[in-house]
Design a protein around this ligand. Sequence first.
Ligand code: NAG
Ligand code: NAG
Length: 201
Amino acid sequence: MMKAVTVKAGMKLPWGTRYSLSLLILLSSIIFLCNGQDYGTPTEDGAGGGEPPPEMAHCNGIFMSYSFGSREREYPHVKNVTAQSWEFKATAMIVNAGKEELMGWQMFIGFRHKELIVSATGAAPMDGDYHLDASNGTTFIGSPNTDLKTSIETAGDFTQISTNIEITGTLFGVAKSVMPMPKTPKLINDGWECPAAKRKG
Ligand SMILES: *[C@@H]1O[C@H](CO)[C@@H](O)[C@H](O)[C@H]1NC(C)=O
Ligand SMILES: *[C@@H]1O[C@H](CO)[C@@H](O)[C@H](O)[C@H]1NC(C)=O
């Protein structure tokens, strides 16, 4: 089953107006806030993988998501759950759904299962190289595309307004029944704000 954490961050404009800050977290269920309105609960299918989830249509800022894909037990196989390592795959996505270009995007993902990031497409770690100890979370920057243009200036060209980050890594100590989700992803660029995460499930 695909699970996802999504955050939308509104933009603080130079003249002080702030776009709405919205959050979307998909754990065992989905909380979806945008401009304080409830747009309903999208299906898990729509929220996963590389395709833009339907709720993005309601976002006018930066849209981010994290979807857990799969995991496989790695060698050595041990009985101690804490010591067992797992290969995992996940997809993070960042989309500029606003009307301002996002220059030099920086997306923090709050990993918390002793993750080692072994590779990621479309992004590079801000600190260090692969394989990267991301046990306290890590920040990705765009690579090769460091900036996200707007739909307006690219006629909606998804390759220029978004980045899909296919993450492969190792994590530790999570029982089979537990979905190893990170804390909410965050845009840490100056001038942007992300709200605190709200979770359910
Ligand atoms: C299980 O593994 C953890 C992490 O390596 C270790 O700290 C702990 O002592 C181990 N527990 C047992 C019962 O061996
Ligand atoms: C993670 O945070 C702990 C506590 O602050 C610190 O001791 C440790 O060195 C950090 N690990 C990494 C890889 O930054």
